[in-house]
Design a protein around this ligand. Structure first.
Ligand code: GSH
Length: 215
């Protein structure tokens, strides 16, 4: 049965699933969701409640929500799992994944969404509030991130979430020098993350705030 992964190579939450699939060495067919692939856009509208991606199909099985997709990929691959069999380790990895999703990726998306609104509908307060959330998250995470991965020595679901969240959040609201910034650099050097960054390069011109030359 062919595993199908719906998403876009430039989309932060799609990166999470792609990173996990590369880590787990799971073969899949990538189904590009964009205006040139109307059939995939129609399909994602069925698969996901709001049409957002990623979503995975495996025969009749449908999995949406990036963290659930990663959990499903853990059933398929052979290399170390993204969610440990140790319940305590798994709890912390999941918790950190939700922190990166909710308090880094989402405020980052709010800043990008604001830039995409027509000028007369933009509200600078929304950007200020999102940046305040990012400042709190950066401080909280900096005090907890060590010199390895987000939750110790094993690359996990938390790192799948951290990679796109920190990659793009640093573009919209730079991460101060320190432990979190150093962790972002380590992530970008990691093969599965470097791969998604490279696959997304052709789309950087669409970033509404201008993509920096670095990275
Ligand atoms: N909670 C969802 C968030 C998914 C999400 O925000 N997806 C974005 C891409 S990064 C999306 O589909 N954007 C396109 C759209 O909203 O139409 C998850 O974890 O999968």
């Amino acid at each position: 049965m062919t595993i199908k992964l719906y998403g876009h190579p430039f989309a932060a939450f799609a990166w999470k699933a792609l990173i996990a699939a590369y880590e787990r060495d799971v073969a899949f067919e990538f189904c590009m969701v964009d205006p040139d692939h109307a059939e995939n856009s129609a399909r994602i509208a069925e698969l996901s409640p709001t049409g957002q991606f990623p979503a995975l199909t495996d025969g009749a099985r449908v999995v949406t929500q990036s963290n659930s997709v990663i959990e499903y990929l853990d059933r398929l691959g052979h290399s170390p799992k993204m969610i440990s069999d140790d319940p305590d380790v798994a709890l912390t990895s999941r918790m950190l994944a939700y922190v990166f999703d909710s308090y880094v990726a989402e405020p980052m998306q709010q800043i990008v969404a604001e830039a995409l609104r027509p000028k007369d509908q933009q509200d600078p307060r929304r950007v200020t509030e999102a940046k305040e959330t990012l400042d709190k998250s950066y401080a909280w995470l900096s005090s907890r991130i060590g010199t390895g991965w987000a939750n110790g020595d094993s690359f996990s679901i938390a790192d799948c979430a951290a990679a796109p969240a920190l990659f793009y959040s640093d573009w919209v609201h730079p991460i101060p020098a320190g432990a979190l910034k150093a962790y972002r650099t380590r992530l970008l050097e990691h093969p599965s993350v470097a791969r998604v960054v490279d696959e997304a390069r052709p789309y950087r011109r669409f970033f509404p705030l201008g993509a920096p030359d670095r990275d």
